[in-house]
Design a protein around this ligand. Sequence first.
Ligand code: G6P
Length: 603
Amino acid sequence: MCGIIGYVGKMTNIQRVLIDGLKTLEYRGYDSAGLAYVDDGVKIIKCQGKISSLEEKIDESKQGKLGIAHTRWATHGGASDINSHPHRVGSVTLVHNGIIENYIDLKRLLEKEDYVFKTDTDTEVAVALLDYLKRKGLWNNLEVIREFAGYIKGSYAMGIIFDDELDTIYATRKDSPLIVGVGQAANLIASDVSAVLKFTKEYCLLDNYDVVKMTENEVEFYDKDLQNICKEKLEVNWNIEQAEKNGYEHFMLKEIHEEANILRDTINEYVDSLNSFVEKMPDLKKYNKIHIVACGSAMHAGIIGKYLFENQVGIETTVEVASEYRYKKVFYDDKTLVIVISQSGETADTIASLRKAKENNIDTLAIVNVVSSTIAREADQVLYIRAGMEIAVATTKAYVLQVAMLMLINLKMMIERDKITSRELNELLAILKKSPEYVEKVLKEEKKYFDIAEKIYRDNDIFFIGRGIDYAICMEGSLKIKEVSYIHSEAYQAGELKHGTISLIEDHTTVIAVMTDEELSLKTISNIKEVKARGADVILLTKKELDDNYEFVSDKIVLPKVNSYIIPFLAIIPLQLIAYQVARLRGCDIDKPRNLAKSVTVE
Ligand code: G6P
């Protein structure tokens, strides 16, 4: 949700430096982009469109060693040249990620002070406020930022250039992510570490209201009262290659193909021996109720968790969309555990839900990919998935690991509650260790999935049906299709489709049926027949044990014979690859689907 970067250092080709930095942040938003650099005063270049449009406008012969830049996902004010960042008012230039919620009140106040606004953005109000505070002449630039914080309701991560200190970048944050890269030859601010990797692997995190002041040679940190503070230096354990496609046509495809290896890394980290597994997983004995809270695909992973926890552990589990959970009446007791799931660790609604649980003194556990993200830092306990950098906006590999992590948590609870014999346990741990080999097997059938995609890519609608855990898989399969290919898609509990939506089934409507649950398979077959009788072309995703000569399906994907425990993360792989190929055949912008952003840091 908007990406920002600021650079001050020895390089003099500042426009190129900023553009390259923005490219690594483009997953955060891509409807407009802009940069401001210092070259005999502040110069701004900005425009609607992707970073490639901005790149066409830059003049690399112009020199500069300091600048700030922004890639936008519009919230206030449509995507247009004028609404793009940076915004400049008076003597202040600003890039901003977040939402100034009280911007209308502030705008009225500033209009009384003769400010005239040219854009529909909340950010122009923020920069006008900084200029207004500065013009009062009472404070230095640090103090202006401190005063500014007192006026604002909402969230912000900001990079600021003041005209009277053109060798310095100021930055501050509240509830929107911002890190500080500290290098030998450059200092940087960025929405995430991927943007600073080219210059340094060392970075510091900012807490809410912290202010940083940086020049080429020095970085100073201040807390909200402007006390000088020291920050711990962290080191990124990713490398720049992870941010490249390595021969794949798209990041989405590359990331799906990474699923076996990252699964190996994650499982090996938690399951080296039974004893260490028990120790590494949190103690969950005391809970009798679990709330899983997340957004998007992470929420779909949570639904798989719910089926596992309820069926195998016998613990009541609810799954809620974070944007609802944060505002609804929630019934907690002292044996409730809240599990939040988030790839980025920065999703605004998930953070708010986590904070709600904490305010109610409820224990929290986070499943997160990005190390030291806000959720990772604020949750009582964290289980990291080791997906590495995920760049495609539509998540694939992180989802698979989220499901795997929920399986590990499930196993831990089964052990704690004597729900599993030691023989069964050893078998499951062995199968989890071996699961990357099965992922590889499923990936090897790519051509088959691509052939199916070839048959359905011109469809207007694709329905998914399944029961139980298969329904949870359908939800994610359906989301993948609509996110990346823009084909209308819906997922239904197989038994529910007939209560209305079946009226949409016509001759040759595609229905993808997921049927991996042995206990429910006969029921699912009946539902497949119901849609078939209305003309649907059915693609069946099932597993070896349930495979039969189903003459009523048009295509069939059969997962290898394996302990059903790991079927959920195997089953999603063909669906991810079908969605990918459907989008590719339709000529969609796969890694950056329209209107989306990877990290949704606003409500
Ligand atoms: C965005 C992404 C989704 C993701 C969701 C939650 O909508 O496009 O792919 O599932 O946010 O993100 P999180 O980082 O919290 O997992």
